[in-house]
Design a protein. Structure first.
Lengths: 139, 349
């Protein structure tokens, strides 16, 4: 604040005084949309370099994906059902569409409770038996 | 040459410009932040032994690498002082253990957030509030340590509200929730000593919690206090009733704790008493919540046909914090499958 007066409640008892004070204070700041100050030799806003808080790389970019299947016809598909109400409804529709529309021959469903993990033996069984898997989270 | 490798942006050195920049990109909790300049970030990195590229793992679900540099950038933004940094690092290290189940906490509809409980001499060195208003405003250490954790979960874990973080309502504790135990006015050994540490160690404990519920009783009678306490703890809508794996937290004010201690209650005896008396009849749950309990296999925790407050007495966490006046304690339910974990501050990973 170069030229603004300090606000004192005692000295600005009326609304008009207060409004004048606010105007003076505002006038001492550079309007963010007004860059005319650049040519007037007034206070120049410096630049600062800030570091970004987000990751430049994420694990997703480094994950090795399982081989994709060209077609689901004749495949065995695994479904992990986390037992939430919606997933219990969706899983029946998955079964119907996979068999009727995509020619899937067998479906292996494993149920887990809410936020629990699929036990390792079940993961290994699915990896052995299934050509593809759907991890269902219906919440 | 700099040691820091984060992407940089050149901004006007104007707090409004800086704040708007970060806010517009979804990198804040909605409150103003301190500009994370290299000089500020380096002061944090220097506060601990590890170099800026040292990593404690990845923060799910975005799986951003939790390097010292990135943790420091977020801590600066939160308004922390460098001397708080070891607590943040230790807490995050614990939260990234698989047992903490951060991946389940981040996107859940449950109003769940990590609560940090700090024990040891560091509480005094950094002026962490343990007494009057311990969960309220006014204390830089409490406010900004918890906030740094939230910004890390947002920026490294990708828990953007409404997009990845699907919390139905949330609660204010998701901005920040960090308390110190009032060891000096507690009648019992410090919370972290019961968890295997020595009293002179600085320790942070992390546990996922829901919003706190006030428990008010200004009686000087221990029988009255226990009656109010046990009956306040159990209700069919709280998370830990349906999710019996959880570890609910009771924060007793020091006066309540002393009245109970004077009546012969150790922390362990109080845990056992609450386990015995804070119970809900099994038919007190809705069909849906009873179904969830069956799906979770929690029926085996029923005792005499009733649902206890937790699956066993040791799962009931009792911390002493707050002031001596007014007769207010609280508890924080917990709908989290993750474990409560403690780490020494400044300890070896």
């Amino acid at each position: 604040l170069h030229n603004a007066t300090l606000y004192s409640p005692d000295a600005a008892e009326t609304t008009a005084d207060f409004a004048a004070h606010c105007s003076a204070v505002r006038g001492s700041y550079r309007d963010a949309t007004d860059d005319s100050w650049r040519n007037r030799g007034e206070r120049v806003t410096n630049k600062i370099s800030v570091l970004m808080p987000y990751p430049e790389q994420t694990h997703t970019t480094e994950l090795r994906l399982a081989p994709r299947v060209d077609s689901l016809r004749g495949c065995t598909v695994g479904i992990v059902n986390n037992s939430w109400h919606c997933m219990n409804l969706i899983v029946d529709e998955y079964r119907r569409v996979l068999v009727e529309t995509y020619g899937v021959t067998d479906i292996v469903e494993k149920r887990i409770s809410a936020a629990q993990k699929l036990p390792v033996p079940d993961v290994e069984e699915m990896a052995t038996r299934c050509d593809a898997a759907i991890v269902g989270i219906g919440n | 040459m700099t040691l820091l490798t984060s992407t940089r942006e050149l901004l006007d050195d104007d707090s409004e410009v800086v704040n708007q920049y970060f806010y517009d990109r979804g990198l804040t909790d909605g409150l103003p932040v301190i500009a994370p300049t290299e000089e500020r970030v380096l002061r944090f990195v220097e506060a601990i032994e590890h170099g800026p590229s040292h990593s404690f793992g990845r923060v799910p679900p975005l799986n951003g690498l939790a390097t010292i540099e990135k943790i420091a950038v977020n801590a600066v933004m939160a308004g922390c002082r460098p001397e708080y940094f070891p607590i943040i690092v230790a807490a995050l290290e614990a939260m990234l253990e698989p047992e903490f189940e951060l991946a389940g906490m981040q996107p859940t509809t449950n109003p769940l957030t990590p609560m940090l409980v700090v024990n040891g001499p560091i509480r005094h060195r950094i002026r962490l509030n343990c007494g009057t208003g311990v969960m309220g405003p006014g204390w830089q250490a409490n406010a900004t340590i918890g906030r740094a954790i939230r910004l890390i979960l947002l920026n490294l874990g990708g828990a953007s509200p409404g997009e990845v973080d699907k919390c139905t309502q949330g609660f204010v504790g998701k901005y920040s929730l960090c308390i110190g135990e009032n060891e000096e006015e507690s009648p019992w050994e410090p919370f972290h000593v019961g968890r295997g540490f020595s009293s002179d160690q600085d320790v942070v404990t992390v546990v996922g919690v829901n919003a706190s519920t006030n428990i008010h009783d200004s009686s000087a009678s221990w029988e009255d206090l226990l009656k109010t306490l046990t009956r306040s703890l159990i209700s069919p809508g709280t998370a830990n009733v349906a999710d019996s794996y959880s570890t609910p937290v009771i924060v007793l004010n020091p006066l309540h704790a002393r009245i109970l201690a004077d009546a012969g209650f150790s922390r362990e005896r109080l845990q056992a008493h609450i386990y015995e008396h804070a119970r809900l009849p099994a038919d007190g749950l809705s069909n849906r919540r009873a179904h969830l309990r069956r799906e979770d296999g929690a029926e085996r925790f029923l005792v005499d046909g009733e649902i206890p407050f937790a699956k066993d007495p040791l799962s009931i966490l009792i911390v002493v914090a707050g002031g001596m006046q007014g007769g207010h304690s609280c508890y924080l339910p917990n709908g989290h499958y993750g474990h409560v974990l403690s780490r020494e501050v400044g300890g070896q990973p």
